[in-house]
Ligand binder design. Structure first.
Ligand SMILES: C[S@@+](CC[C@H](N)C(=O)[O-])C[C@H]1O[C@@H](n2cnc3c(N)ncnc32)[C@H](O)[C@@H]1O
Length: 212
């Protein structure tokens, strides 16, 4: 099974490569949009509701690429033991202001080590996967695999078509090939966080260790 280390290719450590999110410079707009939605009382908990349905009570959860913390906060509210990581410092700051006490660290998925686990669930939703730095998808998937507990799972969701600016196009077939290449398997594929049938627009996957 592939190892997360050494995270190097082309002489540059993978963690030094700019994420597509950094290249997009979308942090401010994204943070503002969610602040407005929350202030207006809109529902921003859809991903967290599905995550919660996958978990026993009081489970250990990693929110990988947590943005301004909305999913992590909704899972804390549901009494899970949550760790959130997010490399964008401005979003980490916003998360700390919006959700005081939220356990969020300024960190990259690629920096995870198996010692950070074990988690019952890794949540990697809201297009994180299509905003990773170019060429780091398999390494990121392997890093999330390595922090899973024995029956741990990964919840992933992203746009399959019309990705936001600077996000990559990642087809379902290409994603599933990368999933298989790092020893993960697809337990479920759906088309929304309310588990509508799989479609070509949005992909939601539940993954676990192959052979687990
Ligand atoms: C559209 S935002 C989604 C944020 C959050 N998951 C949500 O749904 O509200 C995409 C996020 O992916 C994060 N991201 C991109 N590459 C990452 C990496 N290597 N490790 C952790 N987060 C990453 C970005 O910093 C950004 O916060």
């Amino acid at each position: 099974m592939d190892k997360v280390t050494p995270p190097r290719a082309g002489g540059m450590p993978m963690t030094a490569r700019p994420t597509r999110w950094q290249e997009a410079g979308a942090s401010g707009n994204f943070g503002k949009r969610f602040a407005e939605l929350i202030a207006a009382g809109k529902d921003v908990d859809g991903e967290a509701r599905l995550a919660d349905a996958l978990l026993p009570r009081g489970a250990r959860v990693l929110d990988a690429g947590a943005g301004m913390g909305r999913v992590a906060a909704a899972l804390v509210q549901r009494e899970h033991d949550v760790v959130a990581i997010e490399p964008d410092g401005a979003l980490v700051e916003q998360a700390r202001e919006t959700y005081p006490g939220l356990p969020i660290e300024e960190r990259n998925i690629l920096d995870l080590s198996p010692d950070d686990g074990p988690f019952d669930l890794v949540v990697c939703v809201g297009n994180v996967i299509v905003y990773l730095a170019e060429g780091t998808e398999r390494t990121a998937l392997a890093a999330m695999r390595d922090v899973l507990g024995e029956r741990g799972r990964i919840l992933v969701g992203f746009h399959l078509q019309d990705p936001p600016p600077h996000a990559r196009v990642y087809t379902a077939a290409e994603f599933e090939a990368d999933v298989a290449s790092v020893g993960l398997r697809v337990d479920l594929r759906a088309g929304s966080y309310e588990l509508h049938p799989a479609n070509d627009t949005y992909g939601v996957w539940i993954l676990s260790r192959a052979g687990g």
